[in-house]
Design a protein around this ligand. Structure first.
Ligand code: ZN
Ligand code: ZN
Length: 443
């Protein structure tokens, strides 16, 4: 019978066997996949080409592949005897960002977004690194079936940036019709030095919601303000007053962010417009607190419009939202222990809470009942450093927190992972984490 909890040294030994082909030649191949994906980014929901690349590689590696799950979602299944079903997930989508890295393989792609606007597109969040590493890990595991037992479910997920991709894949039957995993694993690149793997037990990334607000006023000539109700002034009050939600309404021991990231009104200096639109981002690490923050946004926007005598109530809509990324404690400790045993001393670090967010938690407890049936699937999520040593060493500051402030972060036009060492560590981290939860081979 396969044993469920192999000892770490035995596990690291098997990991070295599985990862043995990951030499310079194979890294060239992974890097070629990465640069191809990087050159050809696709917006959330438009990942047709990227999904085809994923499906093709998984099929060639011997996985049974299902495509078109919840949009462009791809699932590959590799059954290899008795043992747990371990899901490895990578996201595939890029961002409407004009790449300014100056790299030889930088993207010059443009696409039409959901609002009908033509926008530049770039892999500014590193999802191309996630997918390349997933395909590498899947291929390595498929090539070493004598070293493990169980089932690997490789998932290439669309539309992570909108928070819609994970629930869409689940709603389309990923767990019901393909296979339900016993554990789901995922990783993200961050601007820490290459070679670093960061873990955190419990909540790791924020619950996030995007609120879109349209304030209605009454337009007119700027020379006759008494005949108008100025939505620009209402919007200005809203922006200022929203700052008090965190400063005055939230327990200082809790963490919360309310940011107005977009504000649009008017076309001309001497015309008072009819409407003003705000895009508001709300983040925290607690589902109940998130409800309170959203209620406060609603109350303030409505009251400021009423205070100005707006002719209509504002429209307030939560357009995107994802739950807290909450790492299952015991399973995360197991993966961390394997990573500590496998990687060099000092490479595995404890992560602080991250204010960024993820739709990955839907694959775990946050999706149970709402997006799939049965017991919640435990999840483990970690981060992998992608900043080159040169960039890290030359960044000013003595602490990681200070240095990160001076490095291009995810979503920046300058975000540029150092590909080779990033892909190496990410592939190793995924394979070793998978082996931690797969069974030992039957003897
Ligand atoms: Zn992102
Ligand atoms: Zn991302």
């Amino acid at each position: 019978m396969p044993t469920a909890e192999p000892r770490e040294d035995e596990l690291v030994g098997r990991a070295r066997t599985v990862l043995a082909p990951l030499g310079a030649g194979y890294l060239d191949e992974i890097e070629a996949i990465y640069t191809d994906l990087h050159r050809n980014p696709e917006l959330s929901g438009q990942e047709e080409r990227t999904a085809a690349v994923a499906a093709d590689h998984l099929e060639k590696a011997g996985f049974e592949v299902v495509t078109g799950i919840g949009g462009h979602g791809v699932a590959g299944v590799l059954r290899n005897g008795e043992g747990p079903v371990v899901m490895l997930r990578a996201d595939m989508d890029a961002l409407p960002v004009r790449e300014a890295t100056g790299l030889a393989y930088a993207s010059d792609r443009r696409a039409v977004d959901d609002d009908g606007e033509e926008v530049p597109v770039a892999h500014a969040c590193g999802h191309d690194a996630h997918l390349s590493s997933l395909l590498a890990a899947a291929t390595l595991l498929a090539g070493s079936r004598q070293s493990w037992s169980g089932t690997v479910l490789a998932v290439a997920q669309p539309a992570e940036e909108t928070g819609a991709g994970a629930p869409a894949m689940l709603d389309a039957g990923l767990y019901r019709d393909v296979v339900k995993p016993d554990i789901a694993l995922a990783q993200h690149v961050v601007p820490l030095p290459v070679g670093i793997v960061g873990h955190r037990v419990g909540p790791m990334m924020a619950a996030s919601a995007v609120v879109r607000v349209r304030i209605h006023g009454r337009g007119g000539h700027s020379s006759a303000p008494q005949a108008t109700i100025d939505p620009v002034v209402i919007a200005a009050h809203v922006v200022t007053r929203l700052q008090t939600i965190v400063a005055r309404e939230t327990d200082p021991a809790a963490c919360a962010v309310v940011s107005v990231g977009s504000i649009h009104a008017g076309t001309k200096a001497n015309v008072i417009p009819e409407t003003a639109e705000l895009g508001i981002s709300v983040r925290c690490y607690d589902t109940a607190l998130q409800g309170g923050l959203l209620e406060a946004v609603h109350r303030i926007v409505t009251a400021e419009a009423a205070a100005a005598g707006a002719p209509r109530e504002p429209e307030i809509e939560v357009v995107e939202g994802v739950p807290v990324n909450d790492n299952s404690p015991a399973d995360t400790e197991r993966v961390r222990a394997t990573h500590q045993a496998y990687f060099n001393d000092g490479c595995v670090v404890e992560m602080p809470l991250l204010a960024a967010s993820e739709d990955f938690p839907y694959f775990g407890a946050a999706g149970a009942g709402a997006h799939y049936e049965g017991d919640p699937v435990p999840t483990v999520y970690w981060v992998v450093g992608s900043a080159s040593f040169d960039a890290w060493l030359s960044a000013p500051g003595d602490t990681p927190q200070e240095k990160v402030k001076h490095l291009p972060v995810n979503h920046s036009p300058q975000f540029a992972p150092d590909p080779r060492p990033t892909l190496l560590t990410a592939s190793e981290a995924l394979v070793t984490a998978a082996l931690t939860h797969l069974a030992s081979p039957a003897h």
